[in-house]
Write a protein that binds this ligand. Sequence first.
Ligand code: AMP
Length: 188
Amino acid sequence: MNVIVFGPPGAGKGTQAALLRERLGMAHFSTGEEFRRHITDGTALGQQIRAIVESGDLVPDAIVLDVVRDALQSDRFRNGCIFDGFPRTLEQAYALDQLLADFGQSVDAVLTIDVPDDELVRRMLARGRSDDTESVIRERLRIYRERTEPVLAYYEQRGKLYRIRGDAPIEQVHQEIRTVLDSLAGER
Ligand code: AMP
């Protein structure tokens, strides 16, 4: 099954994706984690994207798609994947459909985690990542509304969108996600 964990920065995408990986043994791919690793390791890609990520802006689609294309070659994704923080633009969503089609696969479900803005800001300030200063957080939220949120309509039109209430304890959010995934598995 290919599942996208979607939502604004701070919604808990990474936390929920990690729980799914742990408990269901699903493969997990986070573009943000991949980018942070390149930045920490000082690779050529890391040097190219560092300033972009630190400003809260999106990495250009061409770079994101190169990274995703490379990753999807790995056998560990042959049974599907949890995508975390990807796609973040319509272009990326279209490209993902193409990439998966090459393996005879498709997106099965998009789980969008809804959390009110003040709670998002509170959570991001608390986690204290280097790109989590207040001005960068505001910029990331603005970019989310402008460039990423339109992706939801694309999946909604295809009947793939599921809304998850994210303003709840981690375990409760996880259970809500499990209910959706169980019902999908039942249909297959
Ligand atoms: P995340 O860990 O998902 O919050 O991502 C951290 C940062 O990495 C984002 O603020 C972007 O700068 C960059 N990034 C991660 N995923 C993407 C993506 N799919 N498209 C563009 N930029 C991304």
